[in-house]
Design a protein around this ligand. Sequence first.
Ligand code: G3P
Ligand code: MG
Length: 247
Amino acid sequence: MNNAVPIPKHHLIGHRGAAGLRPENTLCSFSYAAELGLNWIEFDVHLTKDNHWIVIHDDTLDRTTNGHGPVTEHTADELIELDAGLWFNPPYPEQTLPTLMDTLHLAAELNLFCNVEIKGADSNPQLNAQQFATFVRKNNDVVDNQILVSSFNLEVLVELRKLLPDLPLAYIKDEFTEDMITLAQQHNFASINCLAKRFTTTYMQAAQRANIPVFLYTVNDMTTANYWIDKGVTGLFTDRPDLLLPA
Ligand code: G3P
Ligand code: MG
């Protein structure tokens, strides 16, 4: 594994798959992103009660599944039984919460590079880092050069860097701050990922001076996408690849 990440085709990364078009973070959302022509997807993972990785954005089950309560209070076996597509408009039948492993297998089949975002780590960053490192070590054949791991939680990234010196890591923060650059250099992060709405060209120039790739979320209109591509962004997370892909 090396710390460099490929540049996404058209600079576009399918946010939670194709979250504006399919139920987010489901296999059908990931497949649709690939069908539309993307070569990168982003998805969010939580550690389950029994230390498995499950793909879901929220800390609780209520918004996107027919389950209730915190994700971390359920085992993987319980979680994979839940419906994850009927909440969407229109509803998508037969969608469940994918495991990280299911998702990486599908991504390998579809030639998708993955940004795996670790969520829910705030209560125990050490455990999350250890469990993620264990997953990577055990499944190196599946993970192999296929993932960029990101988090809003700096501690989980710093711990992961110690455990897996070559794993590409990205630090996420809604609002850019200068210390993101220092931290990226110090911990050899592959990129910094920020909220597009609060990002500025001054921030972009600071990142470029330090040679740190920038990814911005979430961009669903062509004008904003073209603006940041012109400024040298490496990747843009989008819920609506259909609106941004060249005709
Ligand atoms: O990693 C980019 C973006 O996914 C971060 O925000 O809340 O959509 O996971 P969120
Ligand atoms: Mg995310």
